[in-house]
Design a binder for this molecule. Structure first.
Ligand code: MG
Length: 454
């Protein structure tokens, strides 16, 4: 993975060393020798990762980090704090300042490069989600980005055959307030039950830890769980494979307590941040295509789907049929029983539509009491039969409108239109044909299906 990296260090030799290591791996490197220059470079060059020395005269690394995180233009860039081995405490201080990761001088190449790769991967996923969110229709509220939720105790599973080490690691985690769970809990996504981090020792005899990595990353429910590898000098190759499979981070043996806690914290934040972004993107997509009353697709989605299908129909002459439905005398339902009952009737009609179409059909509410079913690949005669089945399903059983109240006889009229490649890709013509047929059905007595072509 390539990327642009800003290296900030007050000592020339350190800058040169990092530059050489990174350029050897084809990263683009930008250098800054003090805090103020770093802030300018970050805003100007939009690096993918910033390696930030903690000890610098004037503005130190913590302050630079805080300023980067306070500026919306640079807040999303991952910051790696570079600390000396003797500064254990400064790791946590760095994380409190908003840093995303830390590395310790003197660098081991393996740790440095795996960390940068993992951050670049994370950064690109987060960037894509943010872009999708920004382009995804209506604005979404920030209510569920909750700083407390980000730093809630983690739920961690430790998988390690070495009973002694497993107990020690679990102990570290529990004493810091985290919850240790079992592997069985990993698939459980019940609110508050899912896990954040899998701590996986690579030196196992009884099973293949790489297989477990792959299983986690393939599983729908475990994909988002961050995997933190416990690794030593001997199994670095295995660690590289695990990182390729989607593991997020490594920690070298012997495991240092502070480092374990700090890494669990950063991985938990990342997992949760991605999860929140994903949920917001999903909800944004949902908000932009779903009719909130009935849960059917809205007119916007209807038009885009119909345009696509019409376009395809021009190319391969596959038929596309639509059936426009309108509830008969709906205004009198509202006038007689009130809008609440009116809404209830709309929802019940939506249910009957859903129950009586094929899985590939697209059921939409156009607005008011008007609905449309798009039937890809279905010629006109079959579309009329499908619409007739829906009409019968509505007329056959009266609608309940609340306990103790009489049921309501509801009927619908429908107009069917089909494109078998004869029309251009413009859905408006097809929609007008269906509307004309629907109007004819209304005129000739309602509770019927008509198609002008037939
Ligand atoms: Mg320094």
């Amino acid at each position: 993975m390539s990327g642009r990296i800003l290296v900030v260090d007050d000592i020339l030799a350190n800058r040169r060393l990092l530059q050489a290591k990174l350029e050897a791996r084809y990263f683009e490197v930008i250098l800054a020798s003090n805090g103020p220059d770093a802030l300018v470079a970050a805003a100007e060059h939009a690096p993918d990762v910033i390696l930030l020395d903690v000890m610098m005269p004037g503005m130190d690394g913590y302050e630079v980090c805080q300023r980067l995180k306070a500026n919306p233009q640079t807040a999303h860039i991952p910051v790696v704090m570079v600390t000396a081995l003797s500064q254990q405490e400064s790791r946590l201080q760095g994380l409190r300042a908003g840093a995303d990761d830390f590395i310790t001088k003197p660098f081991d190449d393996f740790g440095l490069l795996t960390r940068i790769s993992a951050l670049l991967r994370y950064h690109s996923v987060a960037k894509e989600l943010r872009q999708r969110e920004a382009s995804g229709g209506p604005a979404i509220f920030d209510a569920d980005i909750d700083a407390d939720a980000m730093d809630r105790p983690s739920r961690v599973v430790v998988v390690d055959e070495s009973v002694h080490r497993a107990r020690r690691l679990s102990d570290y985690l529990r004493r810091a307030g985290h919850v240790t769970a079992s592997l069985q809990d990993a698939g459980d996504q019940t609110e508050g039950r899912g896990i954040d981090v899998l701590v996986l020792a690579l030196d196992q005899q009884g099973f293949d830890p790489l297989r477990l990595c792959a299983q986690f990353k393939m599983g729908e429910r475990t994909r988002a769980v961050a995997i933190l590898l416990i690794c030593n000098e001997i199994n670095q190759d295995k660690a590289l494979k695990a990182l390729e499979l989607g593991a997020s981070d490594i920690i070298m043996e012997p495991v240092d307590r502070e480092e374990l806690l700090a890494r669990v914290l950063t991985q938990t934040r990342r997992t949760r941040y991605i999860e929140i972004l994903r949920r917001r993107v999903d909800r944004g997509i949902e908000l932009s295509v779903i009719d909130p009353l009935t849960g059917l697709y809205n007119r916007r989605h209807m038009m885009s789907q119909l345009s696509q299908l019409m376009g395809r129909s021009v190319v391969d002459a596959a038929p596309v049929s639509i059936a426009a439905f309108d509830i008969d005398h709906f205004k009198s339902v509202n006038d007689t029983h009130g809008h609440e009952v009116g809404d209830d009737v709309l929802c019940q009609f939506a249910d009957r539509l859903r129950e009586n179409v094929r899985p590939m059909d697209i059921v939409c509410r156009q607005g008011g009491e008007e609905f449309l079913v798009i039937m890809p690949g279905i010629p006109g005669d079959l579309a009329c039969m499908a619409a007739e089945r829906i009409r019968c399903a509505v007329a056959a059983t009266p609608f309940g409108i609340g306990e103790g109240k009489p049921t309501l006889d509801v009927t619908v009229s429908a107009g069917v239109a089909t494109n078998e490649g004869q029309l251009t890709g413009d859905p408006q013509i097809l929609l007008r044909q269906a509307d004309d047929a629907l109007y004819a059905a209304k005129k000739s007595g309602r509770n019927r299906v008509m198609s002008l072509a037939a």
